[in-house]
Write a protein that binds this ligand. Structure first.
Ligand code: B1M
Length: 222
């Protein structure tokens, strides 16, 4: 028997706040199990992401900034969050969808942050793209080599630090120098990136979040 509506909302909220708390504690398996439970209970994936997984990381981010937690705790939390998004992905992305385009995706040189990039990957795959994920701290020449090898429609670059934003521009310059610039659309994003910065460095598109990145990518191939 289903619980009455008010009680259902209460149960959902408690599962989501448990997810947020377990992300902060870095409990990867428990996070993954609760994400699966929330999906089984019919909670929308976007709500699990926003009000569970990302809420937990947001709260931890504030404590990180205030020097209440340090790099090791944040790293373990990031692993738990990534495991949670993998569980979401397993339920969201079908196996036998014909790709609508190919994307080479990377976090730029000097930058180790991969949670936002992984979300962008999830949304792109959900939108039907094949994604070649080069990982984090990816040098411009490696991105150029991946374009030659894979002939993507789009190159998507993430940067989370004010000190690594410039590497997006350097990567675009390297793509220009290789003669491959007119073969790809370039999409940039990440917390410090703005639309005007994206224009300044010669990107074709910018989005402030992962679902916007998927929308922009779709507009490039439509
Ligand atoms: Co770092 N870190 N970190 N960190 N870290 C930040 C970014 C920081 C804001 C924390 C702070 O001080 N408040 C700060 C940056 C300050 C600045 O540059 N202005 C910071 C710092 C300083 C550092 C170190 C230098 C700390 C140190 O060592 N003293 C160091 C740098 C290491 C390096 O990269 N070389 C460092 C290290 C780390 C960890 C390794 C511990 C860990 C990363 C683990 C991992 O990613 N696997 C970490 C984390 C987790 C964070 C915070 C807490 C969370 C970032 C995150 O994942 N957010 C962060 C503080 C915060 O943001 N509150 C912080 C959730 C994620 C979903 O958001 O990545 O912004 P985000 O992605 C968003 C959008 O930006 C957008 O879509 C996503 C949402 O839908 N998006 C795109 C992202 N990429 C996109 C691409 C697109 C389009 C949209 O198109 C291609």
């Amino acid at each position: 028997m289903q619980p009455p509506e008010g009680r259902k909302v209460e149960i959902e909220m408690s599962v989501l706040s448990d997810i947020a708390e377990l992300v902060q504690k870095g409990k990867a398996q428990e996070v993954s199990d609760l994400v699966a439970q929330a999906l089984d209970e019919g909670t929308p994936a976007q709500q699990i992401l926003d009000e569970g997984l990302l809420k937990g990381m947001g709260e931890l981010g504030v404590r990180f900034k205030n020097n209440e937690v340090f790099v090791p705790e944040v790293l373990i939390a990031a692993r738990a969050l990534n495991k949670g998004t993998e569980t979401l992905k397993a339920r969201l992305v079908g196996d036998d969808i014909k790709p609508i385009g190919r994307v080479v995706l990377a976090t730029v040189a000097g930058d180790l942050h991969d949670i936002g990039k992984n979300l962008v990957k999830l949304m792109l795959e959900g939108a039907g793209f094949e994604v070649i994920d080069l990982g984090t701290d990816v040098a411009a020449d490696k991105i150029v080599a991946a374009i030659s090898e894979n002939q993507p429609d789009i190159v998507a670059l993430s940067a989370l630090l004010t000190t690594t934003m410039a590497a997006q521009g350097e990567t675009i310059k390297a793509i220009e120098a290789s003669g491959l610039r007119d073969k790809v659309k370039i999409l940039v994003g990440g917390a410090p990136i703005t639309e005007s910065f994206a224009k300044e460095i010669g990107a074709d598109g910018y989005s402030e979040d992962a679902s916007g990145a998927a929308e922009a990518a779709k507009s490039f191939v439509s």
